[in-house]
Write a protein that binds this ligand. Structure first.
Ligand code: SF4
Length: 313
């Protein structure tokens, strides 16, 4: 049984009878069992089978047919009502942070991680303090409700540490790269599972982005992509960007895929949906997909020296 008595009690307390379930791809296989548990407890259950990439991607259509949506794996990024978030916590041996200590020089660091590991922050701070490291953990933006939590679209908890050396705990390279570009700090990434430690440097990414802006210059039409997803829809930003160029066309797109971009046939796009689409997925796109800030550089209203990583604020 994976539906805990606490969860069932909370659903009852909220008066929910019809419950929708949603999870990102990596957790989706938990949904059928959860659905059966909840059905046995007397709830009517609907499972969302559509792709889900984050708490920014709530199945609002399904919620119209339910009293409440249980969203697994993420913390809230906005104030959408009738959502019950169930973060999927992931543990690791917190002593792994000791491997990163030789990389720091000042004796004081900022600490950031992703939501799955945010519950380990107090223990990690204790371990670092014991070896004489002063640790700053900061509150993030409205999109990151846990202290020290960052997202691929919000590095505020890193910026607010004010530290010049930052430790990122987690997997993947995108988050620490984002922290590095957003803060200009020395960023050490510690993968708690492989125990690999590395200093990340955003320079190479910035050189690639500069080349992409150059490649986009001859484009005679430019699609400004707007997402209808609950926590990604930056319509005002898209309209502002569109006003910068007579070549710009607003394009609403729920799922951005290479085929969709090819079918539209435009020679360049600007992404106002999830910021990671432009950075992480560029190799998949048939043409340049710029961030809003890169489009401003293309239009001459921002200099490359004022480059900022794209975040949803
Ligand atoms: S917008 Fe992108 S990075 Fe931000 S929460 Fe959604 S999927 Fe994650």
């Amino acid at each position: 049984m994976i539906a805990s008595s606490d969860l069932i009690a909370e659903l009852k307390q909220r008066g929910a009878e019809r419950v929708a379930l949603q999870a990102p791809e990596g957790l989706k296989r938990r949904l059928p069992e959860l659905a059966l548990d909840l059905q046995s407890a007397g709830f009517t259950v609907f499972v969302s089978g559509d792709p889900c990439y984050g708490a920014c991607d709530l199945d609002i259509d399904l919620l119209k047919d339910a009293d409440l949506l249980i969203h697994l794996g993420h913390a809230p990024v906005d104030k959408t009502e009738r959502i019950l978030y169930d973060i999927f916590r992931m543990d690791f041996d917190p002593e792994v942070v000791l491997n990163a200590i030789p990389y720091f020089t000042t004796g004081r660091i900022g600490l950031v991680t992703t939501v799955q590991h945010a519950h380990l922050i107090p223990e990690i701070c204790r371990i670092l303090k014991e070896v004489g490291i002063s640790v700053t953990v900061a509150e993030g933006s409205d999109r990151t409700p846990y202290p020290g939590q960052i997202l691929g679209c919000s590095f505020e908890a890193a910026r607010r540490t004010g530290e010049t050396e930052i430790l990122y705990l987690g997997t993947g390279v995108f988050h620490p790269l984002g922290v590095q570009i957003a803060t200009g700090a020395k960023v050490i990434a510690c993968d708690p599972y492989t125990k690999q430690i590395e200093e990340v440097n955003g320079e190479r990414l910035l050189r690639r982005r500069y080349a992409l802006i150059e490649k986009a210059k001859p484009a005679e039409k430019i699609g400004i992509l707007v997402s209808p997803k609950s926590g990604q829809a930056r319509r005002e930003l898209a309209a502002k960007l569109a006003s910068l160029s007579p070549k710009a066309i607003l394009v609403q797109l729920r799922e951005v895929t290479p085929d969709q971009l090819l079918n539209l046939g435009l020679p360049c796009y600007v992404n106002t949906a999830c910021p990671r689409l432009a950075y992480d997925d560029q190799v998949r796109w048939p043409v340049p997909v710029l961030t809003p800030q890169e489009f401003e550089i293309l239009c001459g209203v921002r200099g490359f020296e004022d480059y900022e990583v794209d975040e949803i604020k």
